[in-house]
Design a protein around this ligand. Structure first.
Ligand code: AR6
Length: 185
């Protein structure tokens, strides 16, 4: 019988808006100042309400690239928000791959430390920050598959793609890894 803790069996792909998900934590694609902004960051702050910004202002003096901080979800259905700061794409020679992998690895570790069993990630850095979407999907999946082995209590990791084109990058990367994935919702 397949091991239910097999990392690939805990992955799910969802096409849609991350702000509506009722999970223990959604991940934000934030900036180093945690200043809010456009893209998924703007959508999360709008859905959570002004308390979210007040909270991160009060508790954190920003966040370095490749790292993350946690806050409550306030008006969101998600109980927590993990704010990751992805790298700006500068052509690939500025440590972007390692910094992006760091976001996924650090977010999983922070989730585990906070008793989070379900976590949803957007495609960090692939919008305003310009990271190539296919390359980012490969880093997201390989980092999560590798690190999930460390965290038995994380039952579900959802990759949230804003559109089908973005989801196709994840499907291609999973196929390349030879891993199955849960049904697309
Ligand atoms: N749900 C899921 N995915 C979304 C949503 C949503 N509601 N909205 C956008 N995306 P981006 P970045 C996708 O630009 O590249 C902000 O100003 C989007 O299609 O949100 O890390 C921050 O404050 C893309 O695939 O984040 C930073 O300054 C992905 O989310 C900066 O942008 C990430 O795109 C961060 O840029």
């Amino acid at each position: 019988m397949a091991n239910p803790l097999d990392p690939a069996r805990r992955l799910q792909l969802v096409v849609g808006d991350i702000t509506g998900l009722a999970v223990d934590a959604i991940v934000n694609a934030a900036n180093r100042a945690l200043a809010g902004g456009g893209g998924v960051d703007g959508a999360i702050h709008r859905a959570a309400g002004p308390e979210l910004k007040r909270h991160t202002d009060a508790h954190y003096a920003g966040c370095p690239t490749g790292d993350c901080v946690i806050s409550p979800g306030f008006g969101l259905k998600a109980r927590h928000v993990i704010h990751c700061v992805g790298p700006v794409w500068r052509g690939g020679g500025a440590d972007e791959d390692r910094l992006l992998a760091g976001c996924y690895a650090r977010a999983l570790a922070l989730a585990a430390a906070n008793g989070i069993a379900s976590i949803a990630f957007p495609a960090i850095s692939t919008g305003i920050y310009g990271f190539p979407a296919d390359r980012a999907a490969g880093i997201a999946i390989s980092t999560i598959v590798k690190d999930l082995i460390l965290y038995d209590d994380i039952e579900r990791v959802i990759f949230v793609c804003f559109n089908e084109a973005a989801a196709d990058h994840y499907r291609a990367q999973l196929a390349a890894l030879g891993k199955g994935i849960g049904p697309v919702e």
